[in-house]
Write a protein that binds this ligand. Structure first.
Ligand code: GLN
Length: 541
């Protein structure tokens, strides 16, 4: 079947959950047996979000092929249980960069370069490339209709509908139906205005996905359908859900697939969501509850730990367990108040950058090590687990990372100069490289040591693949000292970089250089995170 396109735009305001809505629709189509892919367009000018502050933008999600992408790509992977690529997310910066490079190479034969047609053509080209080989491509446009940056994309969508016809293109508009307490009423006016704005550009949506905190009456739905000129049953109400993973099930009940099938002239689309349904029930009313101490630094914006908190939800769903995260600000943690960790069942140290909060994290690691509390350290968490062990067990008091102390005499975490990336190319990493370009990014193989906990956690796979995002590495010079005192290297890359360490005399003390959270999906939870949660459940107080 020729690819069909579902364009998802947002109206009224941002943060309506367009990413979850797009993921939910794609999930249903996939569960009905179709080949589905999904694309996020970010209208901002940055070439990628790699250089954006996590406090401003939330998490940077890393794909297997090493792209730093928008956090919505993470939602897509978690819902669709599939690995996406660099091309599944692009920004205005990338579009202009390509067009300008083409212009510099003389590819436009002396023409004046304009938004229409050149920028719009580049956008259409990129969209069509991702659709290749798929029955459906869901395209989510970031931002809100009316934003200046979004204009060329809406024009591209309009043109694609003109070129391919309405049997291959559908427009889905996600809007808000606010509830005005004083009047006791749900209001449709903002949605009407937003649809008018879309029409001004030449796009008439076929489906309205109405986000609302309360159910919509039949009459209100009818009114919305009439004013937005869509079929009555093409107003899909997306009420606030208890879990984001409930959304595909809610959309299905609301009949979103009927509206899509009718528009495309297809027979009924019937997905099999049985497994999904079981997992969602376990998220909403689980048998067990545990508490995990999450010792991090970006606590003001929890979105920057999105993949990790979702990975905990996945592990919990698969173990019928709710995980209450106890957020602990590493900058405020010290020996004096370490008792804050006395009531948690497991301790987790996520990734991070810079020296702020490092000493607090080290205190938490000492506590987990000495009190034999299940511990998982991720990326910076592994680097700090090594420093803690060197300082407090091996007694190399000055052990440090050159990230925090560039002149340290004991650089246990250091920068390596030559690095062979996954394409076999030498990558030189120095402090002087421009920001964003010096990190080890994307998926790498890790060889696990038999007789280790991690090997058991990964179901005795000898080689696993996980994703990275960091500049520094553990210095192998310290490996003999660590091993002599009981911390051993349980995972290594092909070229002997240290990828995982554990402590022998401890029920579960595992720290990894990679980010396991990037490969966790609801139906396929990440195995080391799953085991960490399982061990924490065993340790339940
Ligand atoms: N700051 C550390 C590094 O760059 C760890 C990064 C991370 O945790 N993602 O190596």
């Amino acid at each position: 079947m020729q690819s069909k396109y579902l364009f998802v735009t947002g109206g009224v305001l941002s943060s309506l959950g367009k990413g979850i809505s797009s993921s939910s629709i794609a999930t249903l189509l996939k569960a009905a047996g179709f080949k589905v892919s999904i694309l996020k367009i970010d209208p901002y000018i940055n070439v990628d979000p790699g250089t954006m502050s996590p406090l401003e933008h939330g998490e940077v999600f890393v794909t297997a092929d090493g792209a730093e992408t928008d956090l919505d790509i993470g939602h897509y992977e978690r819902f669709l249980d599939t690995s996406l690529e660099k091309s599944n997310n692009f920004t205005t910066g990338q579009v202009y960069l390509s067009v300008i490079e083409n212009e510099r190479q003389g590819k436009y034969l002396g023409k004046t370069i304009q938004v229409v047609p050149h920028i719009v053509d580049e956008i259409k080209y990129r969209i069509k490339e991702v659709a290749k080989g798929n029955d459906f491509l869901v395209v989510e446009l970031g931002g809100t209709v009316g934003d200046i940056e979004g204009m060329p994309y809406l024009e591209a969508m309009r043109q694609m509908k003109h070129e391919l016809g309405f049997k291959r293109v559908i427009s889905i508009h996600v809007t808000l139906i606010p509830y005005i307490k004083a009047a006791g009423e749900l209001k449709t006016k903002p949605t009407q205005h937003s649809v008018q704005e879309l029409r001004r550009i030449g796009i008439s949506p076929q489906i309205i996905l109405a986000r609302s905190e309360k159910p919509l009456s039949k009459d209100l739905k009818k009114k919305l359908a009439l004013s937005c000129d869509v079929d009555d049953d093409s107003v899909i109400v997306a009420e606030d859900a208890k879990s984001i993973y409930q959304c595909p099930l809610n959309f299905l009940k609301e009949g979103v697939l009927n509206a899509i099938a009718r528009h495309f002239g297809m027979e009924n689309i019937t997905p099999n969501m049985d497994d999904w349904d079981v997992l969602v029930k376990k998220i909403i009313s689980p048998k067990n509850t545990i508490s995990i101490g999450f010792v991090g630094k970006y606590l003001d914006l929890k979105e920057s730990y999105k993949s990790l908190t979702e990975a905990l939800v996945h592990a919990g769903a698969n173990l019928d367990t709710r995980i209450d995260i106890k957020w602990i600000d590493s900058e405020k943690l010290s020996q004096e108040n370490i008792a804050e960790l006395s009531d948690v069942d497991g301790i987790l140290i996520p990734g991070g950058f810079g020296s702020r909060g490092v000493e607090g994290k080290i205190c938490a690691i000492t506590y987990a090590r000495e009190n034999k509390i299940p511990f998982l350290g991720i990326c910076l968490g592994m680097q700090l687990a090594i420093l803690e062990f060197l300082r407090n067990v091996v007694q190399i008091k000055e052990a440090d990372s050159i990230e925090f102390n560039p002149n340290t005499k004991e650089p246990a975490i250091y920068l390596i100069e030559d690095f062979i990336d996954q394409n076999g190319q030498a990558q030189i990493r120095t402090h002087k490289s421009p920001m964003g370009g010096t990190m080890r990014l994307g998926e790498y193989e890790c060889i696990l040591k038999k007789d280790s906990v991690i090997y058991q956690s990964y179901n005795k796979q000898e080689v696993i693949k996980e994703r990275h995002r960091h500049r520094y590495e553990a210095n192998p010079k310290y490996k003999p000292m660590l091993e002599k005192y009981g911390m051993f290297v349980s995972g290594e890359s092909k070229n002997q970089l240290i990828e995982a360490v554990e402590i022998k005399d401890h029920p579960f003390f595992v720290a990894v250089q990679f980010h396991p959270e990037f490969t966790s999906r609801l139906k396929n939870p990440n195995l080391i995170i799953l085991d960490f949660v399982r061990q924490s459940l065993k340790n339940k107080k």
